[in-house]
Write a protein that binds this ligand. Structure first.
Ligand SMILES: NC(=O)c1ccc[n+]([C@@H]2O[C@H](COP(=O)([O-])OP(=O)(O)OC[C@H]3O[C@@H](n4cnc5c(N)ncnc54)[C@H](OP(=O)(O)O)[C@@H]3O)[C@@H](O)[C@H]2O)c1
Length: 387
């Protein structure tokens, strides 16, 4: 089987690439990636394997340099005769930024880029499966505090916290416009954070939010809201096993489900047990976020509620010599706080029933213990500035 994989340099895509490379069913993996030269592309791919000392098979892994923003991407792919023997496309590339300033790029990559890949895919002579890495959060922000099923999305009436989930929802609709049902497989991971193995995770993305919360300690959010989080090694393995499984459905959540869902409070308790020199966590109403921002700007009214918590203000004075650092962190954290309060848990019955080799994931408050030394090293300001 020959696989065309996009997004292999990413957090999940890298793990998918390594996992696929170990499968005997897979002959070649064409990795679509951004690079200035073949040499640079090869170095990027080798580095994906090097991070966890995995075997890099040059004969199996073939770079295809390209960019989702390229206007002529479809023609470029059509003209590349090497990749016409593609049997499976796994589209993992996406712009995953939550920041409003990237909204236009997010739309161009996640909708425009996807459509260009599909226009090539529909002309492939042997295409068996187009596996789209979607996201469970396309259900939007109106569904709160309950278990959510695959059939509830895509829903055009859903409203979204960030443009990213809107574009991922439209991505699913665009696929159906171009390909017949029997070629479509949609995997919708929930929130992917860290790695459950004692290894350096491929990316700090969501762990950045955990590390920032760990540093703030005074959190304007409901700590008891349920969180559906899975580690990247589990997500990649579940997706690859799903690809080779005998499937009854076209859409699958890749999630913790009810059994392994956690809460921010539980994740924070695990961090509190490790980072014992920091103040205890305190969860307060989300409405206090604006007061924290005003405090960081030096514009807080003297009768403001957060003056009731002087120990945290003193602590922030010590940690953030420059209060603008706190403002930058809060700006980056804002959308994450929104997701944290939705209380969404994604049903994983389909996955567990159709893919017997996949068991329930570990809960995030348990496996995060393997990520603590990495959390300590995350550059919080860098993560906030480059989401
Ligand atoms: N992480 C999560 O929590 C999560 C949860 C649910 C679903 N997902 C989905 O999982 C997939 C992978 O996410 P991830 O966490 O691995 O994201 P990521 O680390 O941000 O990786 C994104 C990948 O897409 C590539 N890409 C972005 N723009 C591109 C462009 N214009 N042209 C070519 N390639 C481009 C990136 O390439 P460069 O290296 O060149 O930037 C990178 O390889 C996405 O489809 C995402 O929606 C992620």
């Amino acid at each position: 089987m020959n696989i065309f994989l996009t997004g292999s340099t990413g957090f999940l895509g890298g793990e998918l690439l390594v996992n696929l490379s170990k499968r005997s069913e897979v002959d070649k993996i064409y990795c679509f990636l951004r690079a200035f030269s073949e040499d640079e592309a090869m170095i990027k791919l080798e580095n994906i394997f090097r991070i966890h000392h995995d075997y890099f098979d040059e004969k199996k892994i073939i770079p295809i340099i390209g960019n989702l923003f390229d206007e002529h991407l479809t023609d470029f792919l059509l003209n590349n005769k090497t990749i016409t023997d593609t049997d499976v496309i796994i589209h993992s590339a996406a712009n995953t930024s939550f920041s409003k300033i990237y909204d236009d790029m997010v739309e161009r990559a996640n909708m425009g880029g996807l459509e260009k890949i599909l226009l090539w895919a529909k002309k492939l002579p042997h295409l068996q499966t187009f596996l789209y890495i979607g996201t469970a959060t396309i259900c939007g922000k109106d569904i709160k505090n309950r278990l959510i099923f695959e059939d509830e999305s895509p829903n055009l009436a859903a409203s979204h916290l960030v443009k990213y989930t809107y574009t991922k929802m439209h991505g699913e609709l665009i696929i159906h416009k171009h390909l017949p049902d029997d070629k479509i497989l949609i995997a919708r991971p929930s929130i992917i954070m860290g790695d459950s193995r004692k290894v350096v995770p491929r990316s700090p993305v969501i762990l950045w939010a955990a590390a920032t919360i760990n540093q703030l300690r005074f959190i304007p959010a409901d700590g008891n809201s349920k969180l559906d989080m899975i580690p990247v090694d589990y997500a990649a393995n579940a997706i690859v096993c799903l690809l080779f499984a005998n499937r009854k459905h076209k859409v699958y959540h890749i999630s913790s489900g009810q059994a392994a869902a956690t809460t921010t409070l539980k994740v924070c308790n695990s961090m509190e047990a490790y980072f014992t020199d920091l103040p205890p966590f305190r969860f307060v109403n989300k409405s206090l976020l604006n007061q924290i921002k005003l405090w960081a700007k030096g514009k807080l009214q003297p009768d403001s509620e957060i003056y009731k918590y002087p120990e945290y203000l003193d602590y922030w004075h010590r940690v953030f010599e420059d209060p603008s650092a706190l403002r930058i962190l809060l700006a980056g954290l804002d959308p994450y706080l929104g997701f944290m309060e939705l209380g969404q848990v994604f049903d994983n019955t389909r996955l567990l029933q159709d893919v017997p080799s996949i068991q329930q994931s570990l809960a995030a408050d348990i496996y995060i213990n393997n990520c603590m030394t990495f959390i300590e090293k995350i550059d919080l300001l860098e993560g906030a500035l480059n989401p």
